[in-house]
Ligand binder design. Sequence first.
Ligand code: AP5
Ligand code: MG
Length: 218
Amino acid sequence: MRLVFMGPPGAGKGTQAKAVAEKYGVTHVSSGDIFRTEIAGNTELGGQIKAYLDSGALVPDEITVKAVVGRLGAARGADGWLLDGFPRTQAQAEALDEALEDDGEKLSAVIYLEVDTEIIVKRMAGRRVCPNCGRSYHTEHIPPKVEGTCDACGTRLITRDDDKPETVRQRLATYQQATTPLIEYYDRRGLLIRTDGTGTPDQVRARLFEQLKEVECG
Ligand code: AP5
Ligand code: MG
């Protein structure tokens, strides 16, 4: 299965992508996680991209395509992959199309998680993430068992640098402008699946798994 997860910042892409990747045994590739790992590791790439993430702007296409599409090769021959947060621009979507064509593969579906802005702002304000394993929590909706500590690996949870209100506003504006045209791009090709992203994470997951049954059957 080869899936793309789309949706506004804070829609729950990462939360649901982890569940889907586990269920189907596919590789979860998150562009945001890749970039945050580079920044945390003080690598050359991390230095080039930090200002974009800090301001809520997109990392330039050339850098992003190289960083993300390059990793899909590692999932070749496996049960597939799930792209979370990529593509985000028309140029990235076209680069993905080319990479798929080169490999003689096709996208199975594009999941579009739909959530209203009001809910999104609340979700991001309460988000806490594990800097070690990437799992995300919410102070109110999805609290860890021990306050401030990752259930999975025991690491101290942090607030993402780009979850400040002014950066969240910029990320939402960037999404509207650069990424929403892709909804139609994939819809026209019959690949788009709209998933209601509201409700508890379990409710969203159940909806998603139901919709994915049809994708599985081809
Ligand atoms: P990225 O990391 O992709 O961020 P994003 O798209 O803004 O999305 P988030 O990760 O913030 O949210 P999510 O949808 O994964 O939601 P989550 O599951 O965490 O990108 C960050 C930056 O990197 C970009 O701004 C850009 O600079 C750069 N970048 C990345 N990809 C790029 C690309 N392709 N091109 C160029 N630049 C790129 O959930 C959010 C919160 O809500 C959590 O606290 C969670 O616990 C909680 N939650 C989840 N589901 C529910 C629910 N059902 N009910 C209640 N709470 C919930
Ligand atoms: Mg995410």
